[in-house]
Design a protein around this ligand. Structure first.
Ligand SMILES: [Zn+2]
Length: 369
Protein backbone atom coordinates (compact mmCIF):
# COMPACT_ATOMS: atom_id res chain seq x y z
CA UNK A 1 0.00 0.00 0.00
CA UNK A 2 1.22 3.49 -0.81
CA UNK A 3 -0.45 4.89 2.26
CA UNK A 4 -1.49 3.90 5.74
CA UNK A 5 -3.92 5.45 8.20
CA UNK A 6 -2.53 5.37 11.73
CA UNK A 7 -3.38 6.77 15.13
CA UNK A 8 -1.47 9.97 15.92
CA UNK A 9 -1.10 8.90 19.57
CA UNK A 10 -0.80 5.10 19.91
CA UNK A 11 0.25 4.30 16.35
CA UNK A 12 -2.42 1.65 15.76
CA UNK A 13 -3.18 1.14 12.11
CA UNK A 14 -6.76 1.79 11.01
CA UNK A 15 -8.10 -0.78 8.55
CA UNK A 16 -10.96 1.34 7.21
CA UNK A 17 -11.14 4.56 5.23
CA UNK A 18 -14.38 5.23 7.06
CA UNK A 19 -12.90 5.56 10.58
CA UNK A 20 -12.74 9.06 11.99
CA UNK A 21 -10.84 8.25 15.19
CA UNK A 22 -8.61 5.54 16.62
CA UNK A 23 -10.67 2.48 17.57
CA UNK A 24 -8.35 1.69 20.45
CA UNK A 25 -7.57 5.07 22.12
CA UNK A 26 -10.00 7.49 20.45
CA UNK A 27 -7.29 9.95 19.37
CA UNK A 28 -7.08 11.52 15.87
CA UNK A 29 -5.91 9.48 12.90
CA UNK A 30 -3.28 10.54 10.35
CA UNK A 31 -2.84 9.58 6.73
CA UNK A 32 0.75 8.53 6.08
CA UNK A 33 1.59 8.79 2.41
CA UNK A 34 4.66 6.69 1.85
CA UNK A 35 5.88 7.58 -1.63
CA UNK A 36 7.98 10.59 -2.53
CA UNK A 37 6.61 13.65 -4.26
CA UNK A 38 7.81 13.70 -7.87
CA UNK A 39 7.33 16.70 -10.14
CA UNK A 40 7.00 14.47 -13.19
CA UNK A 41 3.92 12.80 -11.68
CA UNK A 42 1.92 16.04 -11.68
CA UNK A 43 -0.96 15.97 -14.17
CA UNK A 44 -0.06 19.26 -15.77
CA UNK A 45 -3.24 19.60 -17.85
CA UNK A 46 -5.45 19.40 -14.77
CA UNK A 47 -6.03 22.72 -12.98
CA UNK A 48 -7.73 21.32 -9.87
CA UNK A 49 -6.53 19.60 -6.69
CA UNK A 50 -6.44 16.45 -8.82
CA UNK A 51 -3.40 17.67 -10.67
CA UNK A 52 -1.74 15.96 -7.67
CA UNK A 53 -3.96 12.84 -7.84
CA UNK A 54 -0.89 10.61 -7.76
CA UNK A 55 -0.26 11.71 -4.17
CA UNK A 56 -3.82 11.01 -2.99
CA UNK A 57 -3.98 7.30 -3.86
CA UNK A 58 -7.05 6.46 -1.76
CA UNK A 59 -9.27 8.23 -4.31
CA UNK A 60 -9.79 6.08 -7.41
CA UNK A 61 -9.68 8.02 -10.67
CA UNK A 62 -13.18 6.99 -11.75
CA UNK A 63 -14.62 8.06 -8.40
CA UNK A 64 -13.14 11.53 -8.16
CA UNK A 65 -15.81 14.05 -7.22
CA UNK A 66 -14.73 17.52 -8.24
CA UNK A 67 -16.29 20.95 -8.59
CA UNK A 68 -13.07 22.43 -9.97
CA UNK A 69 -11.52 23.22 -6.56
CA UNK A 70 -7.87 24.12 -6.14
CA UNK A 71 -5.22 25.80 -8.30
CA UNK A 72 -6.48 29.05 -6.81
CA UNK A 73 -4.71 32.30 -7.75
CA UNK A 74 -1.52 33.31 -5.98
CA UNK A 75 -1.58 37.03 -6.45
CA UNK A 76 1.08 39.62 -5.70
CA UNK A 77 -0.39 42.14 -3.26
CA UNK A 78 2.55 44.43 -2.55
CA UNK A 79 6.31 44.08 -2.87
CA UNK A 80 6.98 40.67 -1.32
CA UNK A 81 3.48 39.88 -0.06
CA UNK A 82 1.35 37.36 -1.93
CA UNK A 83 -2.24 36.35 -1.29
CA UNK A 84 -3.39 32.79 -1.89
CA UNK A 85 -7.01 33.26 -2.87
CA UNK A 86 -8.74 30.28 -1.30
CA UNK A 87 -11.95 32.32 -1.36
CA UNK A 88 -11.99 31.49 -5.10
CA UNK A 89 -12.82 27.83 -4.44
CA UNK A 90 -16.23 26.55 -5.66
CA UNK A 91 -18.10 26.91 -2.37
CA UNK A 92 -16.10 29.96 -1.32
CA UNK A 93 -13.53 28.49 1.06
CA UNK A 94 -10.43 26.28 1.36
CA UNK A 95 -12.59 23.51 2.83
CA UNK A 96 -13.30 22.27 -0.71
CA UNK A 97 -9.84 20.69 -0.76
CA UNK A 98 -10.83 18.52 2.17
CA UNK A 99 -14.28 17.75 0.84
CA UNK A 100 -13.08 16.65 -2.59
CA UNK A 101 -10.59 14.22 -1.01
CA UNK A 102 -13.05 12.88 1.55
CA UNK A 103 -16.08 12.49 -0.72
CA UNK A 104 -14.05 11.10 -3.65
CA UNK A 105 -12.62 8.39 -1.40
CA UNK A 106 -15.86 7.41 0.31
CA UNK A 107 -18.95 8.03 -1.83
CA UNK A 108 -19.00 4.70 -3.70
CA UNK A 109 -18.31 2.74 -0.53
CA UNK A 110 -21.16 4.46 1.32
CA UNK A 111 -23.65 4.38 -1.56
CA UNK A 112 -23.15 0.61 -1.87
CA UNK A 113 -24.42 0.14 1.68
CA UNK A 114 -27.36 2.47 1.07
CA UNK A 115 -25.87 4.79 3.67
CA UNK A 116 -25.49 8.51 4.12
CA UNK A 117 -22.87 10.85 5.57
CA UNK A 118 -23.23 12.94 8.70
CA UNK A 119 -21.32 16.14 9.50
CA UNK A 120 -21.66 18.76 12.23
CA UNK A 121 -21.02 22.28 10.95
CA UNK A 122 -23.19 25.23 10.11
CA UNK A 123 -20.22 27.01 8.57
CA UNK A 124 -17.87 26.70 5.61
CA UNK A 125 -17.24 22.98 6.13
CA UNK A 126 -20.95 22.18 6.31
CA UNK A 127 -21.56 24.08 3.08
CA UNK A 128 -18.60 22.45 1.36
CA UNK A 129 -19.46 18.88 2.37
CA UNK A 130 -23.09 19.45 1.35
CA UNK A 131 -21.93 20.61 -2.09
CA UNK A 132 -19.62 17.65 -2.72
CA UNK A 133 -22.23 15.18 -1.46
CA UNK A 134 -24.68 16.74 -3.92
CA UNK A 135 -22.14 16.40 -6.75
CA UNK A 136 -21.55 12.73 -5.85
CA UNK A 137 -25.26 11.95 -5.51
CA UNK A 138 -24.68 11.01 -1.89
CA UNK A 139 -27.18 11.70 0.85
CA UNK A 140 -25.88 14.09 3.54
CA UNK A 141 -27.24 15.03 6.94
CA UNK A 142 -25.73 18.19 8.38
CA UNK A 143 -26.19 18.66 12.14
CA UNK A 144 -26.40 22.30 13.17
CA UNK A 145 -27.15 24.33 16.32
CA UNK A 146 -30.84 25.14 16.73
CA UNK A 147 -30.59 28.89 16.18
CA UNK A 148 -28.36 28.88 13.13
CA UNK A 149 -28.97 31.30 10.27
CA UNK A 150 -26.96 33.32 7.77
CA UNK A 151 -25.38 32.89 4.33
CA UNK A 152 -23.48 29.66 5.07
CA UNK A 153 -26.56 27.93 6.42
CA UNK A 154 -28.49 29.14 3.39
CA UNK A 155 -25.84 27.57 1.18
CA UNK A 156 -26.24 24.20 2.98
CA UNK A 157 -29.98 24.30 2.34
CA UNK A 158 -29.60 25.14 -1.35
CA UNK A 159 -27.19 22.23 -1.88
CA UNK A 160 -30.03 20.01 -0.72
CA UNK A 161 -28.52 18.44 2.39
CA UNK A 162 -30.91 17.30 5.09
CA UNK A 163 -30.49 19.58 8.09
CA UNK A 164 -30.85 18.27 11.66
CA UNK A 165 -31.26 21.04 14.23
CA UNK A 166 -29.95 20.21 17.69
CA UNK A 167 -30.71 22.24 20.80
CA UNK A 168 -28.05 22.78 23.45
CA UNK A 169 -24.31 23.39 23.23
CA UNK A 170 -22.04 23.04 20.17
CA UNK A 171 -20.70 19.89 21.83
CA UNK A 172 -24.20 18.43 21.93
CA UNK A 173 -24.47 19.00 18.16
CA UNK A 174 -21.27 17.01 17.60
CA UNK A 175 -22.46 14.21 19.89
CA UNK A 176 -25.74 13.91 17.98
CA UNK A 177 -23.90 13.81 14.65
CA UNK A 178 -21.55 11.11 15.95
CA UNK A 179 -24.22 8.98 17.59
CA UNK A 180 -24.16 5.60 15.88
CA UNK A 181 -27.20 4.89 13.73
CA UNK A 182 -27.89 2.41 10.99
CA UNK A 183 -26.54 3.47 7.59
CA UNK A 184 -24.97 6.59 9.04
CA UNK A 185 -21.31 7.41 8.38
CA UNK A 186 -19.90 10.27 10.40
CA UNK A 187 -17.33 12.21 8.34
CA UNK A 188 -16.84 15.24 10.61
CA UNK A 189 -14.29 17.50 8.94
CA UNK A 190 -12.36 18.22 12.12
CA UNK A 191 -11.66 14.60 12.93
CA UNK A 192 -11.79 12.69 9.67
CA UNK A 193 -8.19 12.19 8.48
CA UNK A 194 -9.06 12.26 4.78
CA UNK A 195 -10.54 15.75 5.01
CA UNK A 196 -7.38 17.15 6.59
CA UNK A 197 -5.25 15.21 4.16
CA UNK A 198 -6.87 16.89 1.13
CA UNK A 199 -5.50 20.20 2.37
CA UNK A 200 -1.95 18.97 1.69
CA UNK A 201 -2.66 20.05 -1.90
CA UNK A 202 -2.49 23.69 -0.82
CA UNK A 203 1.20 23.39 0.11
CA UNK A 204 2.00 21.67 -3.20
CA UNK A 205 0.27 24.48 -5.08
CA UNK A 206 2.07 27.28 -3.26
CA UNK A 207 5.40 25.56 -3.92
CA UNK A 208 4.62 24.92 -7.58
CA UNK A 209 3.27 28.44 -8.18
CA UNK A 210 6.59 29.75 -6.86
CA UNK A 211 8.45 27.33 -9.18
CA UNK A 212 9.50 25.26 -6.14
CA UNK A 213 11.26 28.21 -4.45
CA UNK A 214 8.99 28.43 -1.44
CA UNK A 215 8.38 31.72 0.37
CA UNK A 216 10.03 32.51 3.71
CA UNK A 217 6.72 32.82 5.56
CA UNK A 218 3.15 31.60 5.37
CA UNK A 219 0.40 33.20 7.51
CA UNK A 220 -2.86 31.36 8.07
CA UNK A 221 -5.85 31.62 10.41
CA UNK A 222 -6.30 28.71 12.82
CA UNK A 223 -9.42 27.35 14.47
CA UNK A 224 -9.80 23.55 14.49
CA UNK A 225 -6.40 23.12 12.87
CA UNK A 226 -7.20 21.30 9.63
CA UNK A 227 -5.71 24.09 7.49
CA UNK A 228 -2.57 24.39 9.60
CA UNK A 229 -1.89 20.65 9.75
CA UNK A 230 -2.76 20.00 6.11
CA UNK A 231 -0.43 22.76 4.90
CA UNK A 232 2.39 21.68 7.21
CA UNK A 233 2.11 18.03 6.19
CA UNK A 234 2.23 19.07 2.52
CA UNK A 235 5.40 21.11 2.99
CA UNK A 236 6.96 18.40 5.18
CA UNK A 237 6.30 15.89 2.38
CA UNK A 238 8.07 18.16 -0.13
CA UNK A 239 11.08 18.46 2.20
CA UNK A 240 11.27 14.69 2.71
CA UNK A 241 11.08 14.23 -1.05
CA UNK A 242 13.96 16.70 -1.59
CA UNK A 243 11.78 19.01 -3.69
CA UNK A 244 12.35 21.96 -1.34
CA UNK A 245 15.19 22.50 1.12
CA UNK A 246 13.14 23.55 4.12
CA UNK A 247 9.60 24.31 5.18
CA UNK A 248 8.58 28.01 5.20
CA UNK A 249 8.11 29.56 8.62
CA UNK A 250 4.44 28.89 9.35
CA UNK A 251 2.65 31.55 11.38
CA UNK A 252 -0.62 30.34 12.93
CA UNK A 253 -2.96 33.29 13.54
CA UNK A 254 -5.68 33.41 16.19
CA UNK A 255 -8.16 35.87 17.69
CA UNK A 256 -7.81 36.83 21.35
CA UNK A 257 -11.17 35.20 22.07
CA UNK A 258 -10.31 31.89 20.41
CA UNK A 259 -6.61 31.38 21.09
CA UNK A 260 -6.04 27.94 22.66
CA UNK A 261 -3.09 27.24 20.34
CA UNK A 262 -1.43 30.60 21.08
CA UNK A 263 -1.70 30.00 24.80
CA UNK A 264 -0.52 26.39 24.74
CA UNK A 265 2.36 27.25 22.41
CA UNK A 266 3.52 30.07 24.70
CA UNK A 267 2.91 28.00 27.89
CA UNK A 268 0.13 30.34 29.05
CA UNK A 269 -3.25 29.48 30.55
CA UNK A 270 -6.21 29.93 28.22
CA UNK A 271 -9.64 30.75 29.57
CA UNK A 272 -12.24 30.74 26.79
CA UNK A 273 -14.96 33.42 26.87
CA UNK A 274 -18.52 32.46 27.88
CA UNK A 275 -19.69 33.49 24.45
CA UNK A 276 -17.70 34.17 21.28
CA UNK A 277 -18.54 37.59 19.86
CA UNK A 278 -15.57 38.06 17.51
CA UNK A 279 -16.27 39.28 13.96
CA UNK A 280 -14.02 36.38 12.91
CA UNK A 281 -17.00 34.08 13.32
CA UNK A 282 -15.53 31.05 11.52
CA UNK A 283 -12.86 30.69 14.21
CA UNK A 284 -14.69 29.01 17.07
CA UNK A 285 -12.65 26.01 18.30
CA UNK A 286 -11.89 26.83 21.93
CA UNK A 287 -10.91 23.24 22.70
CA UNK A 288 -9.67 21.71 19.43
CA UNK A 289 -9.08 17.94 19.47
CA UNK A 290 -6.07 18.46 17.17
CA UNK A 291 -4.32 20.87 19.59
CA UNK A 292 -1.52 18.50 20.62
CA UNK A 293 -0.76 17.69 16.99
CA UNK A 294 -0.66 21.38 16.06
CA UNK A 295 1.80 22.22 18.84
CA UNK A 296 4.02 19.27 17.92
CA UNK A 297 4.20 20.19 14.23
CA UNK A 298 4.74 23.90 14.86
CA UNK A 299 7.51 23.30 17.42
CA UNK A 300 9.30 20.80 15.20
CA UNK A 301 9.18 23.16 12.22
CA UNK A 302 10.10 26.29 14.20
CA UNK A 303 6.76 27.93 13.48
CA UNK A 304 5.08 30.62 15.53
CA UNK A 305 1.64 31.72 16.74
CA UNK A 306 0.31 35.29 16.72
CA UNK A 307 -2.80 36.52 18.49
CA UNK A 308 -4.70 39.60 17.25
CA UNK A 309 -7.30 41.92 18.77
CA UNK A 310 -10.75 42.74 17.42
CA UNK A 311 -9.79 46.21 16.18
CA UNK A 312 -6.79 44.75 14.34
CA UNK A 313 -9.02 42.19 12.62
CA UNK A 314 -11.58 44.81 11.61
CA UNK A 315 -8.91 47.17 10.28
CA UNK A 316 -7.26 44.38 8.29
CA UNK A 317 -10.65 43.26 6.92
CA UNK A 318 -11.49 46.81 5.83
CA UNK A 319 -8.07 47.42 4.33
CA UNK A 320 -8.35 44.25 2.27
CA UNK A 321 -11.87 45.14 1.11
CA UNK A 322 -10.85 48.69 0.21
CA UNK A 323 -8.11 47.23 -1.95
CA UNK A 324 -10.50 44.88 -3.72
CA UNK A 325 -10.06 41.71 -1.63
CA UNK A 326 -13.44 40.96 -0.12
CA UNK A 327 -12.81 38.08 2.30
CA UNK A 328 -14.36 36.80 5.52
CA UNK A 329 -13.24 38.63 8.66
CA UNK A 330 -11.83 35.23 9.75
CA UNK A 331 -9.47 35.32 6.75
CA UNK A 332 -8.41 38.86 7.63
CA UNK A 333 -7.04 37.50 10.93
CA UNK A 334 -4.00 36.21 9.03
CA UNK A 335 -3.37 39.57 7.36
CA UNK A 336 -3.87 41.35 10.70
CA UNK A 337 -1.22 39.09 12.23
CA UNK A 338 1.21 39.86 9.40
CA UNK A 339 0.69 43.59 9.91
CA UNK A 340 1.18 43.20 13.65
CA UNK A 341 4.49 41.39 13.16
CA UNK A 342 5.57 43.99 10.64
CA UNK A 343 4.81 46.78 13.11
CA UNK A 344 6.71 44.96 15.87
CA UNK A 345 9.60 44.32 13.48
CA UNK A 346 9.24 40.57 13.91
CA UNK A 347 9.14 40.17 10.15
CA UNK A 348 11.06 42.01 7.49
CA UNK A 349 9.33 43.62 4.52
CA UNK A 350 11.84 41.89 2.32
CA UNK A 351 10.72 38.41 3.42
CA UNK A 352 8.72 36.72 0.70
CA UNK A 353 5.39 36.14 2.45
CA UNK A 354 2.16 34.32 1.61
CA UNK A 355 -1.06 35.16 3.43
CA UNK A 356 -3.75 32.54 2.89
CA UNK A 357 -7.16 34.16 2.41
CA UNK A 358 -9.44 31.31 3.43
CA UNK A 359 -13.00 32.36 2.58
CA UNK A 360 -15.13 34.80 0.62
CA UNK A 361 -16.56 38.02 2.05
CA UNK A 362 -19.91 37.16 0.52
CA UNK A 363 -20.38 34.87 3.53
CA UNK A 364 -19.95 37.57 6.13
CA UNK A 365 -22.85 38.74 8.28
CA UNK A 366 -21.05 42.00 8.99
CA UNK A 367 -22.88 45.10 7.76
CA UNK A 368 -21.61 48.61 7.19
CA UNK A 369 -23.60 51.63 8.29
ZN1 LIG B 1 -4.77 5.23 19.18
Amino acid sequence: MEFEIKCSACGQSSPSLLSYKCSSCGKPLNVLFKSSFEIKKIQKHDYTVWRYAEFFPYAKEAEITTLGEGWTPLTNFSSNVYFKLENANPTGSFKDRGSTALISALHTLIKKTGGYIAEDSSGNAGASIAAYAARAGLKAKIYVPENVSGPKFNQILFYGAEVVKVSGSRRKVAEEAQKAEREKYYVGHILHPLFRDGIRSLAYEIAEQFSWHVPERVYLSVSAGTLLLGVMEGFEHLVKSNIIASIPKIIACQTRQVSPLYHRFKNLTYIPPDRITSIADALVSVNPPLLDLMVKHLKEANGDVVMVEEDEIFNAFMELARKGFFVEPSSAVAYAAYKKQLKNEEVSETDRTVVILTGTGLKTELKLG
